[in-house]
Write a protein that binds this ligand. Structure first.
Ligand code: GLN
Length: 479
């Protein structure tokens, strides 16, 4: 089974049906391969062999009884380590949770399991999902499988790398300000950030709750759509999860795109380097040839997005991270008094970026600054969201770059947080607006690094987004 690195969900289904392999055999090979490859990238933090083998046995038993094993039956899946997995350590890339074993599964994980998925391991990530390069993980950076001296993007760098490397067929990541789309674009895979509320956040360790999303990575659009199909939909355990019905994405994405109207936000192309820009323009040419109508639109509040995002996300993070205090399920550094124990624990087990964000967030929420920063940022967020709803009145979707530059070298930006934060300039607006958006591979730079094309659609219009991405992929994308 030497093709394990390039398997798709359809091929897994076909292989199981034709008895080319059993789910138990596939799982054994997937785990062997993943463990052997991992030293190259450090993309997995842990393997969940027992859980995977037992899931595979269930799939084989169902097949033997002639039952449907589910849309992800037997498929090897990796899960970002900020998503809770019952009985399997969930560190969030932090020393704070080095030994934390969740007593329950996140709803998305429970739904993956119900769909027959075989969870092979937990993917490395920036600490508490804060970062754009995966260099903020307490367990070491992930290397980009396309170019091992480069970052895979972040914060879901491990989830993107395992799919690019072929050590999982698909994976789950989380996106608060671009952490699914940016690593997908850096590693040359598909990454989807669904509408806010489309996928339950229950069991996703909170970073910035009003911005956090769970979504899939895959090697093609159809696989990403199948994973979203499995995990989407209302969940009583997350009050912000939406009641909106979930479309049949496999049917919807195959509908023709001829006549679809696409908006190009002009602010996203101003000053964009040719290295990335040429590929996105080539991608737009493909969509034109497919019969899409393309017109320029404006998202005028784009220049305020980074400031707005880093005020809101740090404010929410400072509150969410208050629970890691050494008293409950975290690591603890002993101290002579309670206060000393708190401060030693937080000082010792949080990394630099978490501390920076807790301090910023506490500041913007403090008396006297709340109105000037936090409240103002919330108003700007509303303006950014209305930019999108205005633009999407006239068009079915928007197309833009994912990142201003391709994967950068490990170490290149880590000393300069402002430069790092600028990586997110094209992705954070989608999270602030809560609309579905995705990255689809759009060729390579002259230096051979992957470029991602970003597609945005209106709230709960994942079908329109998938339709465009699927047609683009089927047309061969961009070389
Ligand atoms: N890079 C952004 C940040 O550091 C986004 C992170 C994310 O989406 N989780 O906050």
């Amino acid at each position: 089974m030497n093709e394990v690195a390039s398997l798709t969900i359809a091929q897994v289904r076909e292989g199981l049906r034709a008895k080319t392999f059993s789910a138990v055999e596939l799982t054994a090979e997937a785990l062997r391969f993943a463990e052997a490859e991992n030293p190259k990238t450090n993309a997995y933090l842990a393997f969940s062999r027992e859980m995977a083998e037992s899931a595979a046995r269930d799939v084989d038993a169902k097949l033997a009884r002639g039952e449907d094993p589910g849309i992800l039956g037997g498929v090897p899946v990796a899960v970002k380590d900020v998503i809770s997995t019952k009985g399997v350590v969930t560190t969030c890339g932090s020393k704070m949770l080095e030994r934390y074993v969740p007593p329950y599964d996140a709803t998305a994980v429970e739904r993956l399991k119900a769909a027959g998925a075989v969870i092979v391991g937990k993917a490395n990530c920036d600490e508490f999902a804060m970062g754009s390069s995966n260099e903020n993980s307490a367990y070491g950076p992930v290397r980009n499988p396309v170019a091992l001296d480069r970052v895979p993007g972040g914060s879901s760098g491990g989830s993107a790398a395992v799919v690019a490397q072929g050590t999982a067929v698909v994976s789950l990541g989380s996106d608060t300000g671009g952490s699914i789309r940016q690593p997908a674009s850096f590693c040359g895979v598909v990454g989807v950030t669904p509408t806010y509320g489309r996928v339950s956040r229950y069991g996703l360790v909170a970073f910035a709750s009003s911005l956090d999303h769970i979504g899939p990575f895959a090697r093609n659009v159809s696989d990403a759509a199948s994973v979203l199909q499995a995990i989407a939909g209302r969940d009583e355990l997350d009050a912000t999860s939406a009641f909106a019905p979930v479309d049949d994405y496999q049917v919807e994405m195959r509908k023709p795109v001829k006549g679809m109207k696409i908006g190009i936000p002009k602010e996203y192309f101003e000053g964009l380097a040719a290295e990335t820009g040429d590929k996105i323009h080539a991608g737009l040419d493909v969509l034109r040839r497919l019969g899409c109508e393309i017109k320029e639109v404006s998202l005028p509040h784009t220049p305020y997005a980074i400031s707005c995002y880093y005020i809101i996300c740090t404010a929410e993070a400072s509150s969410n991270l208050a629970r890691y205090d050494g008293v409950r399920y975290t690591a603890r550094a002993e101290g002579a008094s309670l206060t000393e124990m708190y401060s030693k624990t937080r000082g010792e087990f949080f990394g630099m970026e978490c501390k920076r964000r807790i301090m910023l967030g506490t500041y913007v929420l403090s008396h006297g600054y709340y109105d000037a920063y936090y409240l103002k940022a919330q108003k700007v967020r509303t303006l950014i969201a209305s930019d999108y709803s205005n633009a999407l009145k006239d068009v079915d979707a928007l197309v833009a770059p994912v990142s201003p530059f391709p994967a950068f070298k490990i170490g290149e930006k880590i000393a300069d947080p402002m430069q790092m934060y600028l990586s997110d300039i094209y992705t954070i607006t989608g999270d602030l607006a809560g609309i579905p958006c995705m990255s689809v591979p759009c060729g390579l730079t002259p230096g051979g690094l992957p470029v991602g094309m970003q597609i945005f659609a209106g709230h709960f219009q994942e079908s329109a987004m998938f339709r465009l991405a699927y047609a683009f992929e089927q047309a061969g994308g961009v070389a």
